[in-house]
Ligand binder design. Structure first.
Ligand code: ATP
Ligand code: MG
Length: 305
């Protein structure tokens, strides 16, 4: 267990080394085809140790979160996007497993309700931003508004956006607005890290078939997920454009290989640790006056029965 600060420093060093492979901070030259969903870097032989590595990562994360909470200055927003069956839920569950539930919240964004549609496209997500000291997780997000809504443009026409605002520039405008909001949040102390779990079409088919063929997984079968595969190329184009347009230094995307779940989880943990390590977190230190008060209160406690 990574309990001692030295051990955490080791984990942070490793995490930085791995996370940088998948981080996109400047999308201009980004091409999805440069990222292999089956990549396991040089750690393929580590697979049997994946659980151990993840446990060390989770322990380091728990320690960093403890400091984040105590310091109560920064907040952390983790955004997860992916095609179906890429393992968003599993990654969130495993990576956050050691974290104090009081310091962490998960929100899932599915098809918008009529109340959601009565507002601007980011409204429902912005209501759920993490408070200072907390980690907030978005399982899908406002990015769907430039993914599913872009692939199925009839969703846009069905929405209540005034028709004259729906022009050929709408996606560029949405990206511009997302960049502006994310910059604003960063400047207010929200650390943003975004994850695209990069699953191959072939592996998605394998996972879907497993859902049909395993009784305990039958409940996960969704005919619409299977139909959505027909739009695979359109989704890939939308993801590529989105990552190009919304990767920035303060709000990077991580394109995490998702064909091997053990690797996905370790790399998500690495990227979150790397992000937290940039915040120079530490437990709040008391000043001389506060220390004097502390000593006096302690003495009082000792003196009483
Ligand atoms: P899982 O299938 O693993 O439970 P999920 O995230 O795919 O997780 P679903 O219940 O399938 O959850 O619901 C998500 C669906 O909602 C996705 O198909 C997604 O594209 C859709 N969705 C999310 N945001 C929007 C949006 N703004 N407009 C339209 N559809 C959306
Ligand atoms: Mg789904």
């Amino acid at each position: 267990m990574a309990k001692t600060p030295e051990k955490i420093k080791d984990v942070i060093r490793e995490a930085r080394k791995y996370a940088k492979h998948f981080r996109v901070t400047d999308g201009k030259k980004f091409r999805l085809e440069d990222y292999d969903p089956g990549d396991t870097l040089d750690v393929a032989e580590e697979k049997p140790r994946a659980k151990e590595i993840l446990a060390a990562g989770v322990a380091a994360l728990a320690e960093l979160q403890g400091m984040l909470y105590a310091q109560d200055r920064w907040s952390v927003l983790l955004i997860f996007q992916a095609m179906d069956a890429a393992g968003k839920d599993g990654a969130i569950k495993h990576v956050m497993s050691g974290i104090n539930p009081q310091g962490c919240q998960v929100f899932s964004f599915k098809a918008p309700t009529s109340e959601d549609m009565d507002h601007d496209f980011m409204w429902r997500c912005l209501k759920c931003l993490p408070e200072r000291g907390r980690i907030g997780i978005f399982n899908r997000s406002y990015y769907e508004e430039a993914l599913v809504v872009r692939v199925h443009e009839q969703l846009l026409r069905k929405s209540k956006v005034p028709p004259e605002l729906i022009t050929k520039n709408i996606w560029k405008e949405r990206f511009q607005d997302i960049r502006a909001i994310e910059r604003y949040l960063s400047r207010n102390g929200v650390l943003i890290r975004k994850f695209y779990l990069n699953l191959s079409k072939k592996e998605q088919k394998r996972r879907f078939l497993e859902r049909f063929d395993t009784p305990e997984k039958n409940w996960k079968v969704s005919p619409s997920d299977v139909k959505e595969r027909a739009y695979w190329n359109e989704y890939m184009h939308a993801y590529e454009d989105l990552i190009r347009e919304t990767s920035t230094k303060e709000s990077p995307w991580y394109v995490i290989p998702a064909d091997n779940k053990w690797f996905t989880r370790v790399m998500v943990a690495a990227a979150v640790i790397e992000g937290l390590s940039t915040l120079d977190l530490e437990y709040p230190k008391l000043d001389a006056i506060q220390l004097k008060e502390l000593a006096a209160t302690r003495a009082e406690l000792v003196g009483k029965s």
